[in-house]
Write a protein that binds this ligand. Structure first.
Ligand code: NDP
Length: 328
């Protein structure tokens, strides 16, 4: 393993969100000393916004001073669905720029050995030639609906290169496709597609009403389960040492239609009523395939993804069990 230091302190920002909780789960659930399990001498610290508001440089510095991390997985971000992005482009630009700038600079000042930050395939150029790959991030403007989030995220990649050039820092980034899993944001308005549909279907079951999905159901998307993604982050932390980012996803041809997602949710929730598609609502892009070739060539073809239906069932079970405390 590349973490040689037997007293590594791994600080995970955004540590109680969807991805942070998944890393917490995997590092504790996998056998000690295994590829994705906890290693002796490692101390994992998961922090949220109540530990420090990372938009604030002073609070960020104090957090680094308190924990003295040797490694950082930087997940904290202002995150939201399409409508929240469209209404608040400035907030997404400003908050995420401040958070990323403060975290990377504090990491540099504390001589952190490695930082992994998080981009997203939704920050790629709107007109990028499919399939998306790691070389296309900056080749044109992002979609206008989320340009604030997209430009702030893209600047992480720019900063990673600049920190390496000027100070020799070992900073890199992951680029996930659509993530789902326990601890997601299940808000009906401001969430991503899977958690939003799970909540809708759950309510349709409770209220004996139809489960209505916006659009025709034909668009295809690549979904990655948060627990699989967590393993990729742990792999990148221990085994990958390059500034260039890596796309974290299932394969391009493993994309799934929104109709299939909805049908899988119906089965997982045990909904017996009518599933309807509201075709008066816009569909968005039909397909935006992203290549996971770089990831698979490095992590190994034997890396096992959780089957979609089983990951979805786990997510629904978690949501139903935690309905009163989940982000709804
Ligand atoms: P979540 O919203 O679940 O988690 C993000 C966390 O960031 C929150 O838990 C929040 O902490 C923390 N945070 C937000 N603002 C601040 C702040 N000012 N100071 C400190 N912490 C803050 O998001 P995800 O887990 O889904 O996302 C993790 C990363 O993955 C993000 O960088 C996101 O951009 C990226 N990503 C997500 C995708 C998805 O489909 N969800 C797709 C691709 C990339 P708290 O809860 O304590 O307030």
């Amino acid at each position: 393993w590349l973490i040689q230091d037997m007293s590594a302190v791994i600080l995970v920002t955004g540590g109680h969100g969807l991805v942070g909780s998944a890393i917490q789960h995997v590092i504790n659930a996998e056998p000690i000393g295994s590829r994705f399990g906890r290693h002796g001498g490692e101390r994992w610290v998961f922090v949220g916004s109540s530990d420090a508001d990372l938009r604030d440089a002073r609070q960020t510095k104090e957090l680094f001073h308190q924990y003295k991390p040797t490694h950082v997985i930087h997940l904290a971000a202002l995150v939201g669905g399409l409508f929240k992005n469209m209404k608040h482009n400035l907030s997404f630009l400003r908050d995420n720029t401040l958070i990323n700038s403060n975290v990377l600079h504090a990491a540099h000042e504390h001589n952190v050995q490695k930082v992994i930050s998080c981009l997203s395939t939704c920050v790629f150029p709107d007109a990028a030639q499919p399939p998306l790959d790691e070389s296309k991030i900056h080749l044109g403007p992002p979609h206008q609906s989320n340009y604030g989030y997209a430009y702030a995220k893209r600047m992480i990649d720019v900063a990673n290169h600049a920190y390496k050039e000027e100070f020799g820092c070992n900073f890199t980034a992951a680029i996930p496709t659509n993530i789902f899993g326990p601890h997601d944001n299940f808000d009906l308005e401001d969430s991503h597609v899977i958690p939003g549909l799970i909540h809708k279907c759950y309510l349709a079951k409770q209220n004996n009403t139809p489960f209505v999905v916006a659009g025709t159901g034909t668009p295809l998307r690549q979904f990655v389960y948060s627990h699989d993604l967590a393993k990729m982050f742990i792999w990148q932390l221990r085994e990958y040492n390059d500034v260039e980012p890596v796309i974290f996803s299932v394969a391009e041809d493993e994309d799934i239609s929104i109709r299939c997602v909805a049908e899988s949710i119906v089965r997982a929730v045990g909904f017996k009523g009518e599933l309807k598609f509201d075709t008066s609502k816009a569909d968005g892009q039909y397909r935006k395939p992203a290549s996971n070739a770089k990831l698979m060539s490095l992590i190994g073809e034997s890396f096992a993804f959780t089957p979609f239906d089983s990951a979805l069932q786990d997510t629904v079970d978690w949501f139903v069990r935690n309905y009163d405390n989940a982000r709804t």
